[in-house]
Ligand binder design. Structure first.
Ligand SMILES: C[S@@+](CC[C@H](N)C(=O)[O-])C[C@H]1O[C@@H](n2cnc3c(N)ncnc32)[C@H](O)[C@@H]1O
Length: 236
């Protein structure tokens, strides 16, 4: 069981198995971005839902037309979402799915994609992906680029699509793929955050990846500063 909190005081208690992703600052900034920019009740798909924290936070803030749709490649995550939704009184349709594969013929008014999108080489020594799938390639762009390519098949007219770009990825590859496949998209929120100290021992490797433009960060006063940007696209 974990407690999830936003800066505005919003709190949720969630069942989260050991093998399921623990929500981070990126989770928080995605939810805040949606609350600030798209505060209407919509049919919502939480793609890469983990324990369901994003979809269920939106539900508790009155932004989800039930059922909440949620999917993840992890079976355990889907079990967690079902338990959490029941406890919070949210009708949910949750299923195991690789990207959109199990949502054929379904369309949504809002899609939030928080599928793994940091460099798989960085994920290996990060504290976030122990037993969580992160087959994203060295630039972290493999899965999200695939989502950009296919999202229009799952979007109602004027569907709002939210996704993060995390600086521990090939930011320019993700942005150019977004430019190619999404008609219009804009940044709606950004948060800087410090690299966890447990990753400092790999700083030389991170500097090499930065040289190769596979990740981005700044070094200031002994800290390594990363960022998460949240983007909104309107899918025609
Ligand atoms: C960064 S975590 C986010 C989880 C949750 N949204 C949160 O904030 O706690 C990424 C999630 O994407 C899932 N994932 C990884 N590869 C996937 C794929 N190919 N299809 C669907 N989900 C995937 C992982 O299992 C993980 O739960």
């Amino acid at each position: 069981m974990i407690q999830f909190k936003l800066d505005n005081g919003f709190k949720l208690h969630l069942e989260k198995s050991e093998k399921v992703f623990t929500p981070t600052g990126t989770t928080e900034v995605i939810i805040e971005a949606i609350i600030e920019n798209n505060n209407q009740k919509k049919t919502t798909l939480d793609l890469g839902c983990g324990c369901g924290v994003i979809g269920l936070s939106l539900f508790k803030n009155g932004l989800v037309k039930e059922p909440l749709f949620a999917s993840d490649v992890s079976d355990v995550a889907i079990d967690n979402v079902k338990v959490n939704a029941k406890k919070l009184g949210c009708h949910v349709e949750a299923k195991k799915s690789n990207l959109f594969t199990e949502w054929k013929n379904k369309k949504f008014e809002r899609i939030v994609c928080d599928i793994s999108s940091i460099s798989s080489d960085v994920a290996k020594f990060s504290p976030w992906f122990n037993s969580v799938d992160c087959q994203t390639g060295i630039g972290g762009d493999k899965l999200i680029n695939e989502v950009f390519k296919t999202i229009s098949n799952y979007a109602e007219k004027k569907c709002r699509f939210y996704f993060p770009i995390i600086s521990l990825s090939d930011v320019s590859s993700i942005k150019s793929s977004a430019e190619k496949y999404l008609k219009n998209f804009k940044i709606v929120k950004k948060k800087n955050w410090p690299l966890p100290e447990t990753m400092f021992s790999r700083i030389d490797f991170l500097r090499i990846l930065k040289e190769k433009k596979k990740v981005d960060f700044k070094e200031r006063f002994g800290l390594v500063i990363c960022y998460t940007e949240v983007y909104e696209a309107i899918i025609a």
